[in-house]
Design a protein around this ligand. Structure first.
Ligand code: PAF
Length: 279
């Protein structure tokens, strides 16, 4: 497994790979878990060569303390990647990516950026757009793999490649869950024991909401979820929304021709968890 910190060295290595080889790319912020490994497995199925990047991107954090506390486990990550036969790892510094000015570029994604996470995390998707575009320019993969846990991010990246004519195929991968249903996330390692025990309530509730949505209006389901969390002693609901899967616009009236998804963000103590489910 090759590990590069430097853009030029990475690119030299990648250009030595045959032109007709399919390069699969899995961008990450490290603290790798089974969910990441499932993305890598999917990448390996569809590629001749897999590149994983590990970079905690400062511009996508809206709160400085969240950036500081984000788990960093590089040594362990590299061992894990080696064990799954990853070919190349890119672990740049912020200077290598941004130069002297760590700043986002401004993006519009046809309004996708104004929904849900965009409403609650100021500048988040400008940060994501900036880093993903930069990494795409560096790695130039054939396919890039993103988890559906960050479904809004996935839709935004699909929109970015479309709007900027980037010829990279974006592959969405199903949410990987713990046995108790909690969606895997690097942030889960920061949960206290009691919040970790409480957190599967999120998936349990959205699964019940999916069932209720079959026979009830969206408004009824939303109110039901809000009530459930109001009664919960440890979990605080930030939002629960039912939205059109494509536009991410909040549902107004159920339309049989549309496909919907429920999206949720919850605070478990100071840790913010997100999840979503196809309805
Ligand atoms: O999903 C993530 O881990 C990050 O948002 C990404 C795509 C690696 C960009 O920093």
């Amino acid at each position: 497994m090759f590990v590069f910190k430097n853009v030029k060295k990475l690119q030299q290595h990648l250009s030595s790979i045959n032109d007709d080889k399919r390069v699969g790319f899995v961008p990450t912020m490290g603290a790798l878990h089974e969910g990441h490994l499932s993305l890598i497995k999917k990448a390996q199925e569809k590629s001749d060569h897999v590149v994983v990047s590990i970079f905690v991107n400062p511009t996508q954090f809206d709160k400085p303390e969240d950036l500081i506390k984000y788990p960093r486990t590089l040594e362990n990550d590299l061992k894990l990647l080696e064990s799954v036969n990853c070919n190349v790892v890119f672990t740049p510094t912020a200077k290598e990516i941004y130069g002297d000015t760590i700043q986002s570029k401004y993006f519009t994604f046809d309004g996708l950026e104004n929904q849900m996470e965009g409403k609650f995390r100021d500048g988040h998707f400008d940060g994501v757009g900036t880093i993903v575009k930069r990494l795409f320019e560096i790695v130039k993969p054939t396919n890039a793999f993103f988890g559906e846990k960050d479904f809004q991010q996935l839709q935004i990246i699909k929109k970015m490649v479309e709007k900027h004519n980037i010829s990279i195929n974006i592959v969405g991968c199903e949410i990987f869950r713990e046995d108790d249903g909690l969606a895997m996330s690097s942030r889960n390692t920061r949960l206290s024991d009691e919040h970790r025990l409480a957190a599967p309530f999120i998936y349990k509730t959205i699964k019940k909401a999916r069932k209720k949505f079959k026979k009830n209006t969206a408004k009824k389901v939303i109110n039901w979820v809000k009530k459930k969390f109001k009664k919960h002693p440890l979990l605080e609901l930030e939002y629960f929304e039912i939205a059109d899967q494509k536009t991410l616009k909040t549902i107004i009236k159920k339309d049989d021709d549309k496909r919907y998804r429920a999206f949720i963000a919850v605070f478990a103590g100071e840790i913010r968890l997100i999840d979503n489910i196809r309805l």
